[in-house]
Design a protein around this ligand. Sequence first.
Ligand code: SF4
Length: 118
Amino acid sequence: MGSRSSNRSDLERRALEIIINSREKGILQSELWRDLNASSREGSRISIKLEKKGLIKRRRELANGRWTYRLFTDRMPPRIDSIFDSPCVRCDDFYRCGYGGAVSPNKCVKLMRWILKN
Ligand code: SF4
């Protein structure tokens, strides 16, 4: 399970990086999965996960006659690269972490320390 879950969390991190870099405009889910070379099934799972963590928002959009989602974040860090210092980026629990779960951002001491220092 180790390498599979680390591949998944790696994909989540790369997805988040691309979404943040797309700034206010956001990116269509299908474009993102093409960039990441991920299947649409895996892609939707990741975007739901990132949304549950409160890191991104998903907005329904009609593109080329099909409903899809535009992914974006409205929580821009002051500097785009500053989020890459966050403990979540290198956290072994990144994949398991989510609101309401056993490992959760609102119970995380590492994250709290990082927020307080920034
Ligand atoms: S909130 Fe804490 S536990 Fe969750 S991914 Fe970030 S550093 Fe890891």
